[in-house]
Design a protein around this ligand. Structure first.
Ligand code: SF4
Length: 406
């Protein structure tokens, strides 16, 4: 795919070569300074102190030029294939250890029932979101997989995606965490797109007492490698950052720069999510301060200015009461929203009804549109295994042919 050139006035200068680097916690913005060593006035490190209203204006202008007045969402069902995981992220309520209520693998019948239920309600995407490689940690997970006839979660995931493809009109989007290139190649055959939150490139977050302690799959290098492998295979990819988990603002910027660099190399990052941490009772981070709305708005605006304009910028509407303010920060997407299933990652935060989302989007001068799991710019790739399936669901503009926006 031909990449669009940077918007004039963007903070990012392509003459300065960026390579994804892993933070050690020190200020590592030297790579994004000019060759003279002086920080440019518009450089990413200035985004933390720039006037927020000005940042928002510039971010909104970038969005308007690239995406016009459309703010999209994907109508989907959420399929949590397994709630077990070998990681123990400090903020997670999704994960369940063997023996805890809800620790399970869904059966094929359960997967199909959710997908059929979503199809009846006009959904087009089956979001498979699941714990990472629980079989490497728990004998109970290995036993549950063996009962289903599998030895790894990825093996089962491939067949579960195929089941949904064969028996419904939904297209799977796979969010299974870190994956090898061989695993991505197999999953590419049965999914339209894939995703995995980078979260942050800071290795500090893996230290004791931090959000990613004892989480082997949250090693930044592994996650960057997964995104890069997806790029080599041409998989339309979703990633993003999670803010408020102990990172610095500069580390957020480094993470966005790293994502952008991977996209510039491979042209495959179709969307980036900026998600705000919410403290949940019963987790290790239950008492942590949540990022403020202003912090979120600054980060979103910075993201819009750092990322290539062709990358969709998404913020979840169910994690902030006045979510429409995000429109003023340059977002163009609300993410996946389900009329059937809960947000299993944030089950206490219900999604807004589509009619309300539409009304509040329109109140800011924008129109809600329904997209597929694959964005219009990626639909024309005829070598994609699900090209024909996706084309059958799309209208002439590449958005969902059958629009549910009210
Ligand atoms: S990797 Fe995902 S599912 Fe596993 S503990 Fe972390 S947030 Fe939860």
């Amino acid at each position: 795919m031909a990449l669009t050139s940077r918007e004039k006035g963007s903070v990012f200068d392509h003459s300065v070569k960026i390579r994804p680097r892993i933070s050690t916690g020190a200020n590592q913005m030297t790579a994004i300074r000019s060759s003279t060593g002086a920080a440019r006035p518009n450089a990413p490190e200035a985004l933390g102190s720039a006037d927020l209203a000005d940042l928002m204006l510039r971010a909104g202008a970038v969005r308007d030029r690239q995406w016009g007045d459309a703010i999209s969402y994907s109508r989907k069902v959420f399929i949590p294939l397994t709630t077990m995981c070998r990681n123990t992220c400090g903020y997670c309520t999704f994960v369940k250890a063997p023996g805890e209520p809800g620790a399970n693998f869904m059966t094929p019948e359960e997967v199909l029932a959710v997908a059929i239920g979503g199809e009846r309600l006009g959904c087009k995407e089956a979001l498979f979101s699941l714990g990472e490689r629980p079989e490497r940690r728990y004998p109970e997970a290995r036993a549950a997989l063996a009962k289903l006839g599998y030895s790894t979660t990825v093996d089962y995931l491939v067949d579960a995606c195929r089941l949904v493809l064969d028996r419904t009109t939904l297209v799977p989007h796979v969010n299974a965490g870190t994956l090898t290139e061989e695993e991505i190649a197999r999953l590419r055959e049965v999914s339209g797109s894939m995703g995995m939150m980078l979260e942050n490139v800071s290795r500090r977050l893996g230290r004791p007492g931090m959000a990613h302690h004892a989480c082997p799959d949250k090693a930044p290098l592994l996650r960057l490698r997964t995104i890069e492998a997806a790029g080599r295979l041409g998989v339309p990819f979703t990633t993003g950052i999670l803010i408020g988990i102990g990172e610095t603002f500069e580390e957020r910027i480094e993470s966005l720069v790293a994502i952008n660099e991977l996209h510039l190399r491979h042209g495959h990052v179709q969307e980036v999510i900026v998600q705000n941490f919410r403290a949940k009772p019963g987790t290790a981070m239950a008492e942590w301060l949540e990022p403020s709305r202003t912090d979120m708005m600054r980060t979103l605006s910075a993201a819009r200015l750092i990322l290539d304009p062709s990358i969709s910028l998404q913020a979840p509407p169910n994690l902030e009461e006045t979510f429409e303010d995000y429109i003023d920060c340059g977002i163009n997407d609300w993410g996946g929203i389900s009329p059937l299933t809960a947000d299993h990652i944030n089950p206490e935060r219900a999604w807004p009804a589509i009619a309300e989302l539409s009304r509040r989007t329109a109140a800011r001068g924008y129109r809600l549109v329904e997209r597929l799991t694959v964005y219009p710019a990626y639909l024309g790739r005829e070598t994609a295994p699900l090209h024909a399936t996706l084309a059958g669901l799309a209208g002439p503009d590449g958005l969902a042919r059958d629009q549910f926006v009210a």
